[in-house]
Design a protein around this ligand. Sequence first.
Ligand SMILES: Cc1cc2nc3c(=O)[nH]c(=O)nc-3n(C[C@H](O)[C@H](O)[C@H](O)COP(=O)(O)OP(=O)(O)OC[C@H]3O[C@@H](n4cnc5c(N)ncnc54)[C@H](O)[C@@H]3O)c2cc1C
Length: 392
Amino acid sequence: MVDHAGVAESAGTADVAIIGAGVVGCSVAFHLARLGCTNVLLIDKEPLPGSGSTSKANGGIRAQFTTDVNIAMSLASMDILDTLRDEIGDPPLYRKAGYLFLTGDPARFSAMTAAAAFQRARGVSVEVLDAAGVRAKAPYAAGPIAGGTFGPRDGFIDPGGLTNFLLREAARSGVRTRYGAEVTAIDRGGGTFRLTTTAGELRASVVVDAAGPFAGRVAALAGADVPVVPVRRHLLISGPCPALPPVIPMTIDADTGVLIRREGSRVLIAWSNPDEPPGFNTAFDPDFPLRIAAPVDARFPAVGEAGLDIKRSWAGLYEVTPDHHAVLGPVAAVPGFLVVAGFSGHGIMHAPAAGRAAAEMLVRGRSESLDVSALSLERFARGEAIHETMVL
Ligand SMILES: Cc1cc2nc3c(=O)[nH]c(=O)nc-3n(C[C@H](O)[C@H](O)[C@H](O)COP(=O)(O)OP(=O)(O)OC[C@H]3O[C@@H](n4cnc5c(N)ncnc54)[C@H](O)[C@@H]3O)c2cc1C
């Protein structure tokens, strides 16, 4: 919990230092400010906020998951975004275009139907569609279709817009920022953390590790072992594709893992490469388009015909944990050090709920609005890793 008497307020000191000004760090800062904790320093090694994984994301948000905690995090984030809608104003940051999972495999369709029942029992709005229902929602999907599921409250968030909003509001309340300051050492003595950065020394009573794909490295500086590794992920942009409707749901071919959504007049295509090794490499892999050409052509032929615009396509880093769920909470071995990282591809959609949970832990001693105990770091040592099957 934040000890307000811990460190006097001055330029380089704070009650809370947040390392990482991506969407997650900005959400922690925003929620701390809303809880009245404003002696906060948000630190980033880059010259601008939100320039890490946040700037590379697809921006999907969905509640169609198969673990209690993923569903709860998504629903809480959706509620927060709905509550903030008027404050955010225009353009809206959260667009409910839906997520459509489809399959040509009857066995997979049975599993998806069971998943939908699990989700509905937890308050998720999700429809099970037969083949005709899928074709009505996605007339651009070709090949065999056994059925699918559609989440009408799922959709898209503008990652940069959300980060800017959270940061603007935090800064308005007094949260301070330090950009171009890479944290290179973390020492703890006398109940205070001393952060050595490339832009000088900073002090804080409490440190939040929101360093995205670098969270494991930052934790190691404090002497903590946090299993978050970076893994490259590509997003491809098609050429102009007038054949698809102007608005489509995030459409996922569950049989191949290829997913598409609209990006203006073009289409954005994603796929998780199972052969991608962990590492900080974000160079675009010229072989990647070849790997997904056949499944795209087969399921979304109009997208295949539109071709690819490789110059506009990119790769960024997922920040991945062994069970593809975030680490959210204190590190017992390093009192005052809290981790909010490892979202494994869900950091945009879960940032609102994660930031609130972390802020509540710091100000009130526990996450009151949501039970996030399943996301504790200790789960790995206890052998309580969580198993999610709807990973994209
Ligand atoms: C291609 C792609 C598609 C994605 N699609 C989705 C999606 O559809 N939906 C979704 O929810 N998520 C998606 N994600 C995941 C999402 O982008 C991340 O989970 C999210 O951005 C994590 O936010 P963050 O703030 O934790 O990390 P980041 O945005 O990476 O922020 C961490 C910050 O920490 C800073 N930092 C690191 N080390 C230090 C240091 N030592 N000192 C100071 N600062 C430091 C970095 O500069 C960075 O700005 C996608 C990711 C990629 C790459």
